[in-house]
Each structure stands twice: as C-alpha cells, then as structure tokens.
Design a protein around this ligand. Structure first.
Ligand SMILES: O=P(O)(O)OC[C@@H](O)[C@@H](O)c1c[nH]c2ccccc12
Length: 260
C-alpha cells in the first residue's frame, strides 16, 4: 500500500521485530494499526545499534537473545501485510544486516514480504547509488533521515531521493524520550518542505499527546519509538498489544483535542 497520512497528525510507530517475541511483535503491530498508526516502522534487531538510545538498544538485545534473524523479521512483515493490507510498512535497519543478507536479495524479499519501503539508519545519501538502484528495481520506497545539522545540499539530495516520506529527526543524538520538542524540528521541516512535496514525519523524543500536537503544527506525521518500546518492555507478551493500542488511542484522542 502507498504510504499515506489521512488523519492529522499521521502516526508512525517504531517497534523492534521479535521483541518480546516474533508473534507478540506481529500482534503489537496489528493492534497499533487498528488503534490509529498509519505506518509501522519494523526494526531489524542489530548488535551494534549506535543510533539508538538505551530503551531501543535493550529491545534489540532481547530480540537477538531469542535468535531473531532477518528472515524472521521478513516473516513478521509478511504476516502484518496479510492481516492489514492498507497499513504503511517500513523495514527499519542498519546497513550491516542487509549487506550480510545481500542487498539485491533483501530488496526482493522485502518487496515479496509486503514492505512499502525501507529506512537504512546509517545510509548516507551520497553513498546510496547501489541501494537506490535496488529500491527502484523492486519499487520499494527509500526513506532517508534528515537532521537539523544536515546541510542544504544534503537536504536537497535527501528530499530528491526519498520516496514515501522524509524522516526528520527533531534533534541530533540518539533515540529516546524527551521533555520538549525543539524549535530545530520545525525549522528543519520547513527546509525539507522547500525541496519536496513528500510528507515529513518527525521523530525523536515524542512520548506524549502534547508532543504529537506540537508536531502536527508543522509536519505531516509524528514518529514514536522509545515510549512504545518501553511500554512493551514493561508488559508481558500477552498484555503488550493491548497496552500499545491503548497508548496510541490515547495519543490520537488527546492530541486531536490539543490541536484544536
Ligand atoms: O525513540 P524515539 O525517541 O521515539 O524516536 C523514534 C525512533 O526510535 C525510531 O524512528 C528509530 C529507531 N531506531 C532508530 C535509529 C535512528 C533513527 C531513528 C530510529
């Protein structure tokens, strides 16, 4: 399905595949979609998640300790796609796991599993020619990360090569819950909007309805990762899907009220 954000603000939810189990992460994603998530960022666990804060690093460790492999993540993607054909589904990974798997093989298998696109966290647009060829060949949307520190020429390249949406990180640093949205996020989104008509999703530190309402003022979607992964960490595999669904419903209701 094409990536679309029909409700304002669009909600993008990050979870790590295989955390707390493969089946639970499938159930969590489906409940999140039913609760109002427009796009699921399905994370491929990695042993060296440098861009992640402690909460998501622990999620990767939990999944890896259960022996989760990239092939397992593709099975979770396939199950989510089969259950919710209309949802946006982005595979989220570092470069290393997909190079080990084989870039062309990964693009074919991700497409076959029903992914709409891929975001490679440590892929810099200047060195992405081969990756972009594989995305183009298979029709997968490459989503690039833009940061407040990105230069104008890099932003132009990111905006030009991204498909689906552009991911604007609200601040430099690592993922993790934050007390307030930074003004940098709004300035960055304005810069991206200058070069691209694509929707912009803002992430990093979004953990409550107030943050989501703030982001809705200047961007098309908000990305929530750590706050949801922490909820999963504190739940059991049986209670996690319901806990995540209630959190998302609550965000959707109160941020809409706040945005009035
Ligand atoms: O966790 P936060 O602060 O809510 O931010 C979303 C982020 O976790 C998710 O998009 C993500 C997971 N791993 C990443 C690595 C780099 C950039 C972004 C990510």
């Amino acid at each position: 399905m094409p990536i679309r954000f029909d409700q304002k603000p669009g909600l993008v939810v990050y979870i790590t595949a295989g955390d707390p189990s493969l089946d639970a992460s499938r159930a969590i994603a489906i409940e999140a979609i039913d609760a109002g998530a427009d796009v699921i960022e399905l994370g491929i666990p990695f042993s060296d998640p440098l861009g992640d804060g402690p909460i998501i690093q622990r999620a990767s460790e939990r999944a890896l300790s259960r022996g989760v492999k990239l092939a397992d993540v593709l099975e979770v993607a396939r199950a989510i796609r089969a259950a919710r054909p209309q949802a946006g589904l982005i595979l989220f990974t570092y470069l290393n796991p997909i190079l080990r798997y084989g870039l062309a093989r990964f693009a074919d298998d991700a497409k076959a599993a029903g992914a709409d696109g891929v975001l490679v966290i440590d892929m810099v647009v200047e060195e992405s020619a081969e990756y972009l060829r594989e995305m183009d060949r298979t029709g997968l949307a490459p989503v690039f990360l833009a940061a407040p520190t990105s230069s104008d020429e890099r932003l132009e390249a990111i905006a030009g090569h991204s498909r689906g949406f552009v991911y604007a990180i609200s601040r430099t640093g690592i993922t993790g819950k934050q007390q307030s949205m930074t003004a940098d996020a709004s300035a960055l989104v304005d810069r991206i909007h200058r070069w691209s008509k694509l929707p912009v999703a803002v992430g990093f530190g979004i953990s409550n309805a107030d943050h989501v309402a703030q982001v809705a003022e200047f961007a098309e979607a908000a990305v929530i990762g750590s706050a949801i992964v922490e909820l999963i960490e504190r739940s059991t595999p049986e209670t996690a899907p319901g806990a995540v669904a209630r959190f998302i419903k609550g965000l959707r209701q109160s941020s809409t009220a706040l945005a009035r």
